[in-house]
Write a new protein. Structure first.
Length: 89
């Protein structure tokens, strides 16, 4: 499936598995993302289940915003975030 880069990780809170993502495109709850780290160290896909801005839960984030995103696996600053384009099958 095609992917589009939509942001990068700028911080990670390991105790609560939340990454701060600076978005370069819009993102909605329920969409699938692919997170890739340097030299293939991290590479996983997950559904967006929880997003926040300033501790308020949101269903949609817009380009240019920095959001808190619940992640399934540990990530690092600089990891890239891609949106998986789910096409018609």
């Amino acid at each position: 499936m095609p992917e589009k880069e939509i942001g990068k990780i700028t911080h990670y809170f390991s105790k609560i598995n939340v990454a701060v993502v600076e978005l370069s495109d819009n993102l909605r709850k329920g969409e699938t993302i692919h997170i890739v780290g340097g030299k293939g160290a991290r590479d996983f896909t997950q559904k967006v289940t929880s997003m926040q801005i300033e501790h308020e839960s949101i269903d949609e984030a817009k380009k240019g915003e920095a959001i808190g995103l619940k992640v399934d696996e540990p990530v690092k600053e600089g990891d890239k975030v891609y949106k998986v384009e789910e096409g018609e099958e």
